[in-house]
Design a protein around this ligand. Structure first.
Ligand code: 4PW
Length: 368
């Protein structure tokens, strides 16, 4: 492991830029064993806005072209729109620069395959930003499942519900454009659910999907002409897992009153689990033939990541998932170790997103 700080380049400085920069600032205090980093260059097309963001987030300099950033850094964070994930991530991996790319990995399966190929050919670590794997309660759920506490898994239900498009005046953004985003709620929210499903339950063999777009046009902020919404607003899918479990998935931006309602329930022959991201310190566990679910507060010292934070019961939030994710990613980058979820996991999820779309187009089940 090197003692030199890893120099960081970051493309994008919106929501995800804040989340990752905050995580990088927290690491030295709470994860002192994590490799040190130096925030070298922030990449954005608008130089003035990028400079303001660089000052706010603590980066030394800015670049308006990602090509000017990649050669000089050890680690590259790709936090741009989904279509911008592809070429910069591949170019960085070709230079053996470690990459953390936000999800979904790409707008299409073909692009995700090229990214996974570049990762396989590179000596660098290639991480896909599925941060919810790093919720302590999710890791605790994984341990329970691996220890056999649920027995044979029969059902897995995943829902990701948001409501920011219920507002008829919500502006058009790149997230509503198929070319930039690939898909809508399916790729933005469903990708998280499919990743957790693969992490906790296993591979999915086949899906039957259904998508809807409720509002066909919206007006971009500060403009007067509407633009077409070319992605799904919501999706639902049935899934057949390789281990025989049945899955159901649903995600929407039209769930009135739900802000970030990412939930799952897993039922097995010996027990069951329930999780709700809006109560992320808790896992509801049903063991044996008890009469109901026990609510386990996953904040003890010996719980996943517990020893790094506050005394038991002093709860964590959404932002801590990024701290955990970054500690694992940078540790693998500095030490040459394995990291998951990697680009192969990102590609596996992309194939599921694509299968849902093909199934909906054909109105039939699709084998993944
Ligand atoms: O990745 C997801 C985003 O695109 C997030 O986890 C939540 O939903 C917050 O914003 C969107």
């Amino acid at each position: 492991m090197t003692d030199e700080p890893l120099s960081v380049g970051m493309l994008g400085y919106g929501f995800m830029g804040d989340a990752h920069a905050n995580a990088l600032r927290s690491l030295p205090q709470f994860f002192p064993d994590a490799p040190a980093v130096s925030l070298d260059v922030l990449v954005g097309r608008d130089e003035t806005a990028a400079r303001e963001a660089a000052d706010r987030l603590g980066f030394d300099r800015v670049a308006t072209d990602w090509r000017d950033a990649i050669d000089d850094v050890d680690v590259f964070y790709n936090l741009g729109p989904n279509d911008v994930h592809v070429e910069p991530s591949i170019a960085a991996l070709e230079e053996d620069v470690h990459v953390l790319c936000e999800k979904p990995l790409a707008p299409t399966v073909e692009a995700a395959e090229r990214m996974a190929d570049a990762a396989a050919a590179s000596d660098a670590v290639a991480a896909t930003g599925f941060n919810y794997r790093f919720v302590p309660a999710v890791q605790y759920a994984k341990q329970l499942i691996e220890d056999g506490a649920l027995g044979e898994i029969r059902h897995a239900r995943f829902r990701y519900l948001q409501d920011w498009l219920v507002d008829a005046d919500a502006p058009w953004t790149w997230r509503m454009d198929a070319e930039s985003a690939g898909s809508g709620a399916l790729g933005d929210l469903g990708a998280h659910s499919f990743d957790l499903a693969r992490f906790l339950v296993g591979d999915v063999d086949a899906v039957s999907g259904h998508r809807e777009t409720f509002v066909e046009e919206r007006v971009p902020e500060g403009e007067s002409e509407p633009r077409s919404v070319t992605v799904d607003d919501a999706f639902a899918a049935h899934a057949e897992f390789a281990n025989g479990a049945m899955g159901t998935f649903e995600a929407t931006r039209y769930a009135t009153g739900r802000k970030n309602g990412h939930t799952f329930e897993i039922d097995g022959s010996e027990g069951a689990l329930r999780f709700d991201l809006e109560r992320l310190n808790e896992l509801e566990v049903r063991r044996g033939d008890g009469r109901g679910f026990e609510t386990v507060l996953v904040t003890d010292d010996d719980d996943p990541y517990g020893e790094h934070w506050w005394p038991a019961g002093h709860v964590l939030g959404w932002e801590h998932t990024f701290v955990h994710e970054n500690s694992e990613f940078l540790g693998a980058a500095a030490g040459g170790g394995e990291y998951a979820p990697d680009f192969a996991d990102g590609l596996a999820v992309q194939r599921l997103l694509d299968a849902v779309e093909r199934s909906d187009d054909r109105r039939e089940w699709v084998t993944v």
